[in-house]
Design a protein around this ligand. Structure first.
Ligand SMILES: O=C(O)C(=O)C[C@]1(C(=O)O)C=C[C@@H](O)C=C1
Length: 85
């Protein structure tokens, strides 16, 4: 039976994390593009960039899944998608 060394386990796991981070970054960039489409459509029809009631739904979605740090994560993501308010 062969055993994996701690060094190999760590470097293999870090490679997996780097690949997952690339995937997450790509999804965030995709989310930013979709969010921009919504914001532009709203502003073109006379509305505001920001929709706070929708933001509350997004924050709840994240905090339900990830707890309080999920709220912080969602707030950062919303800032990436619509800028600072
Ligand atoms: O869902 C919307 O109405 C959006 O404009 C998207 C989005 C988001 O990125 O989730 C961005 C800005 C709004 O304040 C609310 C939500």
């Amino acid at each position: 039976m062969t055993t994996t060394s701690p060094e190999t386990l760590i470097s293999d796991s870090r490679a997996r994390i780097d690949a997952m981070d690339d995937h997450i970054i790509g999804l965030i960039q995709e989310r930013m593009a979709v969010s921009a489409v919504i914001q532009e459509a709203r502003m073109t029809s006379g509305g505001r960039r920001v929709n706070l009631s929708r933001e509350m739904e997004v924050l709840s979605h994240y905090s339900d899944a990830l707890g309080k740090p999920g709220t912080t994560l969602a707030m950062t993501m919303l800032e990436l998608c619509r800028g600072r308010i």
